[in-house]
Ligand binder design. Structure first.
Ligand code: ZN
Length: 183
């Protein structure tokens, strides 16, 4: 497995709608290896999700895996998921604000409003169509990754740029447990 080179904010590939993956492509060895490398790269970078444009691939493909850590002690873990050609088919009216970061803009966090619950339809890495209803941080991560496949970055969703803070500041506040509550 290899560590893939990540694209960063400013790279036009992050601003483009990615193209759909064909059924034929899904069975190709290179595609299967790409998924493995994406998981490897995401884990090495301590991320919870990685979308294909973030490693300079024009494909509607993302990997997600949520684990608890010091900065996210309360999240409900999620086993590795491969999402191909995803779409949000339904969502709650309710919006939740919470902190997000992005592997394409390291060292920064921002408060982002997202639908509290979403239903997502996608193809998994075995070619099976899946429909999943998600809430909380899981719903947030899916929305963040699906946004990537549409050329949207979390800063576009932010309502107050004053909440864009460095990871150092985020850690300080996290330790004090202040200012990190969802709105
Ligand atoms: Zn991101």
């Amino acid at each position: 497995m290899k560590l893939l080179k990540k694209t960063e904010f400013g790279n036009p590939v992050l601003r483009k709608r990615s193209r759909k993956v064909s059924a034929k492509e899904m069975n190709e060895k290179s595609f299967i290896f790409l998924i493995k490398d994406m998981f490897f790269t995401m884990r090495k970078s301590k991320g919870v999700g990685l979308a294909a444009p973030q490693i300079n691939k024009d494909l509607q493909l993302a990997v997600i895996e949520i684990k608890k850590n010091k900065l996210r002690p309360k999240v409900i873990p999620l086993a590795p998921e491969v999402i191909i050609n995803p779409e949000i088919t339904n969502h709650s009216k309710k919006i939740t604000h919470d902190w997000e970061g992005c592997l394409s803009l390291t060292g920064v966090r921002g408060l982002v409003p997202r639908f509290s619950e979403v239903t997502v339809k996608y193809t998994d890495d075995t070619g099976k169509i899946k429909v999943k209803k998600l809430k909380g941080f899981q719903a947030r991560v899916f929305q963040h990754e699906i946004d990537h496949l549409n050329g949207v970055l979390y800063v576009d969703r932010m309502k107050d740029m004053k909440s864009l803070i460095t990871l150092n500041e985020f850690r300080k506040r996290s330790i004090k447990n202040e200012g990190l509550k969802s709105k």
